[in-house]
Design a protein around this ligand. Structure first.
Ligand code: B4P
Length: 193
């Protein structure tokens, strides 16, 4: 199963992804986590990403897609993967679709978490990450609305979007995601009959 997790910063993509990869035994690729590790290790990628992450901007598409493409080419990703925080704009969505279509493993589902602005800010300020200062948070929320929100329509038009209320407890959000996945699967199976 090929799944992408979309949502504003702090919406719980990472939290829910951890559970889903266990449940479905999928490789987990969090582009944010790979970038943060590269920054910690001061690799070339990390140095290139720092100024974008620290100012709440998206890291350039070429850099992020290189991470994704290389990971998808690894043998454990032949049957599926969970992409956490990718794609974050329509260009990234196009790059992913072209890559997956070309090798005949199309995306199964895009899970979108919906959370109010005030709650997002509360969660991010509570977790003390270096890119969670009030100024950076405001910038990241702006970037989300301008660049990432259109990705929801991109997947809605392709009948791949599952929207979930992320304002509930982590257990309730997870339950809704599982139910949504199940009903998507039933719908697909019905279409094939
Ligand atoms: P990410 O690492 O993707 O992080 P995020 O969007 O800030 O957080 P996430 O939604 O995963 O929230 P979490 O589960 O931690 O991105 C960081 C940066 O990397 C981006 O700003 C960008 O610069 C760069 N980047 C990443 N991908 C990119 C791409 N494709 N293109 C370009 N740039 C890219 O949850 C947040 C907090 O809430 C946690 O403390 C959690 O415990 C808590 N929480 C979670 N669910 C909850 C719930 N239901 N109730 C209460 N609290 C909850």
């Amino acid at each position: 199963m090929y799944i992408v997790m979309i949502g504003p910063p702090g919406s719980g993509k990472g939290t829910q992804s951890e559970r889903l990869v266990q449940e479905f035994d999928l490789p987990h690729l969090s582009t944010g986590e790979v970038l943060r590790e590269a920054m910690r290790e001061e690799t070339q990628l990390g140095r290139a990403a720092t100024k974008y992450m620290e100012s709440g901007q998206l890291v350039p598409d070429e850099l992020v897609f290189n991470i994704v493409r290389e990971r998808l080419q690894e043998v454990d990703c032949r049957d599926g993967v969970l992409l956490d925080g990718f794609p974050r704009n329509v260009h990234q969505a196009d790059l992913l679709q072209a890559f997956l279509d070309e090798r005949g493993t199309p995306l199964d589902l895009a899970v979108a978490l919906e959370v109010d602005r005030d709650e997002l800010i509360r969660r991010m300020l509570a977790r003390h990450r270096p890119d969670d200062t009030p100024e950076t948070i405001a910038q990241r929320l702006e970037v989300y609305h301008a660049e990432t929100a259109p990705v929801l329509d991109y997947y809605r038009r392709r009948d791949l979007l599952l929207t979930v209320n992320g304002m509930q407890s982590p257990d309730e959000v997870y339950r809704d995601i599982l139910e949504g996945i199940e009903s998507f699967r039933r719908q697909r199976a019905g279409e094939r009959r």
